[in-house]
Design a protein around this ligand. Structure first.
Ligand SMILES: Nc1ncnc2c1ncn2[C@@H]1O[C@H](COP(=O)(O)OP(=O)(O)OP(=O)(O)O)[C@@H](O)[C@H]1O
Length: 267
């Protein structure tokens, strides 16, 4: 049984020393007055981005979770924490199940290598044995529909072509938990339908899907429960329709005033 338990997850990115940057500090102070949610703070003269603030949630076997929120809300960071790409500054993570992340077209790929070479590279990156990759390659090539383009360097691919290859590779083996960022939506309509059918088949095997997107339509189609993120926190969670309805108003039910995303910690 797959499951995810996150308890008080915090993630801070240190940025730069700003003790002498009084203009910036003044601007930040002025910004406090107009910004409902801040991400940046200062710690001993270091500016830090509080990308995730006390994120706590439980996700159960078979759930399709959507992450929605404005730019910089923390959606991708949360996915990267779940994928093991970022380690949280504090908090507790328990993930049961094999995770596969469709987060970044470039991750584990070489732009100068051909499509076929990238199938091998990315398969190795995913922890597959070369023999296993060799067996999977024809099915990956077929699903990607890239044909002769698999013999040319991936740097010549369009965003949609790169997405097809990445999707085909990452979904060639069945993950227990599938994480997706919205770059997956770079595909054309027909490929998107095909991708959706494949993800549907993953989820119908009672696995977990977590998808970050700005599109209410896509979230409504793919997800049963949404987390609305703002300033690194989950400010609302619930059934997709209910969260989307509230999201349209622009105001979460509870004020996120206790979540400051950009902080300056006292020296
Ligand atoms: N590597 C990094 N270094 C410093 N700050 C980062 C880093 N990655 C993310 N951040 C910051 O963390 C915050 C959350 O970013 P994140 O990419 O998770 O937002 P998002 O909700 O996915 O946004 P978008 O909808 O634009 O993709 C932002 O303030 C961002 O600037």
């Amino acid at each position: 049984m797959s499951s995810i338990r996150l308890s008080n997850i915090n993630l801070r990115f240190p940025l730069y020393r700003d003790s002498s940057r009084s203009l910036k500090r003044s601007l930040l102070e002025a910004g406090k007055a107009v910004s409902r949610s801040r991400t940046i703070s200062t710690d001993g003269g270091h500016t830090v981005v509080n990308a995730l603030n006390n994120v706590t949630c439980n996700i159960e076997h078979g759930e399709r979770i959507g992450l929605i929120g404005t730019n910089g809300a923390g959606k991708s960071t949360l996915l990267r924490v779940l994928a093991g790409i970022y380690e949280p500054t504090s908090g507790d993570i328990k993930v049961e199940g094999r995770v596969n992340a469709l987060l970044n077209i470039g991750l584990g790929s070489d732009p100068d290598a051909t499509g076929y070479e990238n199938i091998l590279l990315r398969g190795l990156y995913m922890g597959l044995h070369p023999k296993e990759i060799e067996k999977l390659a024809p099915a990956i090539a077929e699903f990607s529909e890239l044909g002769e383009f698999l013999h040319v360097p991936v740097r010549t691919y369009s965003a949609g072509m790169g997405m097809r290859l990445s999707f085909a590779i990452a979904t060639a083996t069945h993950p227990d938990i599938l994480l997706m960022d919205e770059w997956i939506m770079a595909g054309d309509r027909r490929f998107l339908q095909k991708a959706r059918e494949r993800v549907d088949s993953f989820v119908s095997r009672s696995q977990i899907l977590i998808l970050a997107s700005h599109s209410p339509q896509i979230l409504a189609q793919w997800c049963t429960r949404l987390f609305w993120m703002d300033s690194g926190s989950i400010v609302m969670e619930g059934e997709t329709d209910a969260v989307l309805k509230q999201y349209e108003t622009g105001e979460p039910p509870a004020s996120p005033s206790d979540t400051q995303q950009l902080t300056t910690l006292a020296s």
